[in-house]
Design a protein around this ligand. Structure first.
Ligand code: AHG
Ligand code: MN
Ligand code: MN
Length: 337
C-alpha cells in the first residue's frame, strides 16, 4: 500500500473530528458494518462453488459453517452489530420483529435497520448484489425499554446510511449527512480504500431503470412517463436508455455515478410497491439527496414519510433531480407527454 491512502477507518475518524455529534460509538458501528461486509463479500465470491459443492466446510468470521447466502449475510450483520456494543436494537428484512442485542454485549443509543442481501434472486446467476443499512439514534430515554417507537422514525432522522455492492469489486458507499463517500475493498489488504470522494449525481441522466414486465399493471401516469422517457426523456430530447439489473443496489449505484432514474412504482399487484421503506428506500434516499438527487414515492419525499410498520413497502422514484421531478409530474397527472 503506498505511503498515504484514506482507508474507511481513517475517514470515519476524520469525520468524527469534523462533526462533534458523531461519537466514538458511531465509529465502532461503521467499522463493524465494514467487517460484516468483508465477511459477506468473501462468501458471495464463492457462491457458485457453494451451489455446486454444497457447504465447502469453511467457516465465516463468526465461526459459523457456511450457510445459504442471504441467511449467512443476515447472521454476519447481526453478529457484527451485536459485537459493536453501540445499538439498543436492530431490524432486518429477514426478521419479522426487532432483533434484541444479545445479553452479553453492552448496549448503545443507535438503531440499525438493514437489508442483509439485496437482489438475492441474482445470487445464482453471478449478478451484482448488495447490503443496505440505515442508522438512527433512539428517541426514548436509555432507562426505558427500546420499542418500535424508537425505530419507526421518518428517514430525515437518519444519522447515517450506506450500502455495499458486491460486484466486479466490493464497494461501500455511505453518508453521515456531510456528503457521499465511496470506498473500494482492496482484497490484498482487506481494507476499504477511498475511491469516490464526495459523489455527486448528475442533475439529469439518460438512463431509466424499471421492470417493464409490470407495464400493464401500472397506473396510467407511470405508463405515460415510461413511454415519454423512451422517446424524449434523454438530454436534448433524445430517447433515454433502458437499464435494469434487478438488484436495487446495483441499479441505484450505476445511476448515482452516471445519472438517471430508477422506478419501482405501485401496481395492481403491489399496491404500495415492492421495496421496503426502512431498509431500502430510506437509506438510498438519504444518500441520493446528499449527492444532489431526489427520492419520492411519486407524491411525497421519501425521507418525510412517517413509517407505520417495520416492513412497510413504498413506491420509489429515485435518482437525478430533474428526472425524478419529471416522473413525478407524469405520476401526478400534471403531464401526459
Ligand atoms: P431483496 O433481494 O432484498 O428482496 O430485494 C430485491 C428487490 C430489489 O433488489 C430489486 O430492485 C427488486 O427486488 C427487483 O424486483 P423485480 O424482480 O420485481 O423487478
Ligand atoms: Mn432488497
Ligand atoms: Mn434482501
Amino acid at each position: 500500500m503506498n505511503s498515504f491512502v484514506m482507508t474507511l477507518n481513517r475517514h470515519i475518524l476524520e469525520q468524527e473530528r469534523l462533526y462533534p455529534q458523531a461519537t466514538g460509538a458511531f465509529t465502532n458501528l461503521l467499522i463493524d458494518i465494514a467487517l460484516a461486509a468483508k465477511a459477506i463479500s468473501h462468501e458471495v465470491n464463492k457462491a457458485g462453488l457453494l451451489d455446486i459443492f454444497g457447504a465447502v466446510g469453511t467457516q465465516n468470521v463468526f465461526g459459523e459453517s457456511q450457510q445459504k447466502l442471504d441467511v449467512m449475510a443476515n447472521d454476519a450483520m447481526i453478529k457484527a452489530l451485536n459485537f459493536s456494543g453501540t445499538l439498543c436494537t436492530m431490524a432486518s428484512e429477514e426478521n419479522e420483529d426487532l432483533i434484541p442485542i444479545a445479553e452479553e454485549f453492552p448496549k448503545g443509543k443507535y438503531i440499525c435497520c438493514f437489508d442483509p442481501l439485496d437482489g438475492s434472486s441474482n445470487i445464482d446467476v453471478n449478478v451484482s448484489i448488495g447490503t443496505i443499512f440505515s442508522i438512527f439514534r433512539r428517541v426514548t430515554h436509555e432507562d426505558q425499554p427500546v420499542s418500535l417507537q424508537d425505530v419507526l422514525q421518518p428517514g430525515y432522522s437518519q444519522v447515517c446510511a450506506g450500502y455495499v455492492i458486491y460486484g466486479s469489486s466490493t464497494m461501500l458507499v455511505y453518508t453521515t449527512g456531510a456528503g457521499v463517500y465511496g470506498f473500494t475493498l482492496d482484497p490484498d489488504y482487506g481494507s476499504f480504500i477511498l475511491s469516490h470522494p464526495k459523489i455527486k449525481i448528475p442533475s439529469k441522466g439518460k438512463i431509466y431503470s424499471v421492470n417493464e414486465g409490470n407495464y400493464y399493471k401500472w397506473d396510467e401516469g407511470v405508463r405515460n412517463y415510461v413511454n415519454w422517457a423512451k422517446q424524449y426523456g434523454g438530454p436534448d430530447g433524445a430517447p433515454m436508455t433502458g437499464r435494469y439489473i434487478g438488484s436495487l443496489v446495483a441499479d441505484f449505484h450505476r445511476n448515482l455515478l452516471k445519472g438517471g432514474v430508477f422506478l419501482y412504482p405501485a401496481d395492481s399487484k403491489n399496491k404500495n410497491g415492492k421495496l421496503r421503506l426502512m431498509y431500502e428506500a430510506n437509506p438510498l434516499a438519504f444518500i441520493v439527496e446528499q449527492a444532489g438527487g431526489k427520492a419520492s414515492n411519486g407524491t411525497q419525499r421519501i425521507l418525510d414519510i412517517q413509517p407505520q410498520e417495520l416492513h412497510q413497502r413504498t413506491p420509489l422514484i429515485i435518482g437525478s433531480k430533474e428526472d425524478v421531478e419529471i416522473a413525478e409530474q407524469f405520476v401526478q397527472g400534471k403531464r401526459t407527454e
